[in-house]
Design a binder for this molecule. Sequence first.
Ligand SMILES: Nc1ncnc2c1ncn2[C@@H]1O[C@H](COP(=O)(O)OP(=O)(O)OP(=O)(O)O)[C@@H](O)[C@H]1O
Ligand SMILES: [Mg+2]
Length: 400
Amino acid sequence: MTEYFQDRSAIFESERLLKESYTPNDLPEREEQLKRLGLEVLSPVLNDAPPHNAFLYGKPGQGKTAAARFLLEKLQNEVDDRSGVSLTTIFQTCKGHHSSYQVACDLVEQLTGENPNGHPKRTVFARLYNALQDIGGIVVIVLDEVDNIGNKDMILYELPRARDNNHIEDMDVSVIGISNDMTFYDELDPRAKDSLCEVEIHFPPYGADQLRSILNRRSEKAFVDSAVTQEAIALAAALAAQDLGSARQAIRYLYKAGEFAALNDESQVSEEHVREAENHVEQMNIAQSIRDLTTQDQLALLALTSLANESETPASTPEVYSRYTDITSHVETNSIAMRRVRSHLHDLDMIGVVSGAKRSGGSRGGPKYYWELNTDFETTVDVLTEENRFNNVLELIDKP
Ligand SMILES: Nc1ncnc2c1ncn2[C@@H]1O[C@H](COP(=O)(O)OP(=O)(O)OP(=O)(O)O)[C@@H](O)[C@H]1O
Ligand SMILES: [Mg+2]
């Protein structure tokens, strides 16, 4: 092996199992949700009737996608063993899609191999219904991350009603929608709610014990025997439980911890590696949230970063604002009023990029907000540098 690669087999038995794409074949922590999905939603299929339409919701990383994949695969196996029922399941992620038009195009492509993008909406839907008609029998369409297409969108009531509206005949289409956006359901168009949400199944956040058992099961197969300590698993579970209760996050911590152990040529993943991993993953998340900020949010953050570089933080809102106007004179952008910059700082505080605290103003009036960076300075500068037009401002930060 050259100096460029490393054999990680002393730590990982089957590293693939730690990837996002892996679907577990056992989800005992979701027994209740799986039972409801099976008994209340899917069971009619075994009797050659279409399943009910359903809506699965809960925060990110709660096993919604995994549960749907797992149970639909099980159902397919059951059906394959019986004659007389024709079941087809179609998984479609709506991630990155902002309308039913795009989702319908993708569905047509999945079914026919041709993407009708660019054709009128009516044509696209006609092709979708034709493709479904060609399949026949019972078709279950899972629209994952369905909140992306917005809650006023027609596909959510059109698809479940395709047969009632004579778009298809002698066959049935049912829809299972999945979402991690809590406001999506509340604001869903009443007609869509009526068709889609015959059964609603909530996936509440995992607790530390559940995350520990998820990690134990996964690590048994993914890691070499005794390469992970119980303490490391307990810590990864506890850290994830305190934060989002997300299994995805817990698995990421453990995977990254394993990678740190491998990089250091150690044969066991320790609590220290988990802490390092958590720190790393959090910095990556923060980096992503900085990338996703609006320009004005980034400018407010840039002002604070520049003050931090000169050890001038915590800084009051007028101090941040003064640096902000210095910066906007270097960057081709309009500047906004102090009141609005303050509101951007509060937004940054909400997502954990900066932190603001009220302090008494001493002789000069009532309490004021003081702001400081809540992120790693280097990461923040690195991410802001990705934005080309901030480069000359960041040079000023390097040389105060
Ligand atoms: N009970 C469980 N047992 C084993 N693995 C699980 C369990 N729950 C979730 N996972 C794993 O955690 C990760 C996240 O789960 P999943 O993708 O199903 O979450 P989700 O609820 O669909 O999240 P999102 O809303 O972000 O799409 C996946 O790798 C999945 O395999
Ligand atoms: Mg999902």
